[in-house]
Design a protein around this ligand. Structure first.
Ligand code: ARG
Length: 461
């Protein structure tokens, strides 16, 4: 019979179904590098504490290096008793260096080990996500700068509302991504805290210098309560919330583009690289990439809710329920990594159709500008709004566009109307009039671009 890590007091055999039910190796094996990094540093800490000789420490660190090489080259062979990544690595180390391997786990528990490994693994993944997000933002900012002259209808309630710059629309999504980037940085500070040295729950009985260990592992700080240290999964919940909200942002961006790429709108054309055909209808080109971005937001919200439910009401410290943190976390990381790169690919390859955007702009979208014209002539806004509404109705009755009403007709509605009303009917001027900070005028959009560029430089330096 093979020996289990925790086998000492057990005499009966484990039900094979239980072995499978209990095992996490199929998914936690991806943390192999983090587990080895943590163990190598822990061996050095044991040596500093006088629990390993220099030679023993050397043997353990080198043995673990060999285990890492096996993983890296796909040569690590799992055994039936490898319950999780911690067990697997220690079993292999024992095969390679013999009894000295048995000293590595001195004062350590898988409880503080797993909590440490997940944090090491996640901070590494966050670094990749951060750069994918920077890349997406960078591409969007450059695209917005290049296409600043394109105008399109802006919508509320999905009804044509007022003309806006295409860049202004694009940057409206970029600001959400920028907040996602800030949130990711903020939560990373709470991920990068070390629980190692908490033992099973009560703390390490040997004189481990936890701060030195944390420095060795690149952690920014240590946990100050061992019972909290082994049970805290807040950082995973925070990450799942981040992923959920970020995916919601991507799904809203995707939904806009799905609408704008439809034949009825035609404002943009997606590259073939991110579309697929129909197995039945030869004419179809479907925005699958965007639909998946939209669809994945539901799945991530499920992961977040699921883990919150798992944690609710758990008794203190470690319970095996906590093993359920990993699959949602791993899936959220993989989904976000794919989604950010796909969104970047879609955005950098799509074609805009300026003529379709222009053609969709209608004079009715300038009815607000008509009211504002009267406001500039001293008419109170409420009254001006009413008069502009009457003008819309008059145009409807006459069967003409709002901009084609005769001046004499407009003057029947209010005597303040004058020749200069013709300037109202320019989409370009309408957009330029919205010149406050955060508006859609050229100057305002350029100011947004300057803010975002400065922020990006600060992040990528
Ligand atoms: N595979 C376990 C997990 O992911 C590791 C910790 C096991 N601890 C224990 N006391 N059984 O949570």
């Amino acid at each position: 019979m093979t020996k289990k890590l925790w086998g000492g007091r057990f005499t009966g055999k484990t039900d094979p179904l239980m072995e499978a039910f209990n095992a996490s190796i199929d998914f936690d094996r991806r943390m192999w590098a983090a587990d080895i990094e943590g163990s190598q540093a822990y061996a050095r800490a044991l040596q500093r504490a006088g629990l390993l000789t220099a030679a023993e420490c050397e043997a353990i660190v080198a043995g673990l290096e060999q285990v890492a090489q096996e993983w890296a080259h796909g040569q690590f062979t799992l055994q039936a008793e490898d319950e999780d990544i911690h067990t697997a690595n220690e079993r292999r180390l024992t095969e390679l260096i013999g009894a000295t391997a048995g000293k590595l786990h001195t004062g350590r528990s898988r409880n503080d080990q797993v909590a440490t490994d997940v944090r090491i693994w996640l901070r590494g993944e966050i670094a990749h996500l951060r750069s994918h997000l920077n890349q997406l933002i960078g591409v969007a900012v450059e695209r917005a700068a290049e296409e600043i002259d394109l105008l399109m209808p802006g919508y509320t309630h999905l009804q044509p509302a007022q003309p806006v710059r295409w860049s202004h629309w694009l940057l409206s999504h970029v600001w959400a991504w920028q907040r996602d980037a800030q949130r990711l940085d903020e939560l990373t500070a709470r991920v990068n805290i070390m629980p190692l040295g908490s033992g099973a729950l009560a703390g390490n009985p040997f004189p481990i210098d936890r701060s030195a260990l944390a420095d060795d592992l690149g952690f920014e700080g240590i946990t100050y309560n061992s019972m909290d240290g082994v049970s805290d999964r807040d950082f995973i919940i925070e990450f799942l919330f981040w992923a959920t909200l970020s995916m919601v942002h991507l799904s809203r961006f995707a939904e806009d583009l799905i609408i704008y790429s439809s034949r009825e709108f035609g404002y943009v054309t997606l590259a073939d690289a991110y579309s697929t055909g129909s197995s039945l209808m030869p004419q179809k080109k479907n925005p699958d990439a965007l639909e998946l971005l939209r669809g994945k937001s539901g799945r991530l919200a499920g992961h977040l809710t699921g883990l919150v439910m798992t944690l609710k009401g758990l008794p203190s410290t470690y319970n095996k329920d906590l093993q359920e943190d990993k699959e949602p976390l791993f899936d959220a990381v993989a989904s976000m990594s794919g989604a950010l790169q796909i969104a970047c690919g879609v955005l950098s390859t799509l074609r805009t159709n300026p003529a379709a955007m222009r053609a969709a702009l209608t004079p009715e979208m300038l009815a607000t500008d008509l009211a504002e014209y009267l406001v500039r002539k001293g008419v109170p806004f409420r009254e001006a709004h009413h008069i502009a509404g009457a003008a819309v109705q008059m145009a409807e009755v006459q069967g003409v566009a709002l901009s084609d009403l005769e001046l004499s007709d407009l003057q029947k509605l209010h005597r303040a109307f004058d020749e200069d009303v013709s300037a109202v009917w320019s989409f370009d001027l309408s957009v330029e009039r919205r010149d406050v900070e955060g508006g859609t005028s050229r100057r305002s959009v350029l100011a947004q671009l300057a803010h975002l560029r400065a922020w990006l430089v600060g992040r990528t330096e």
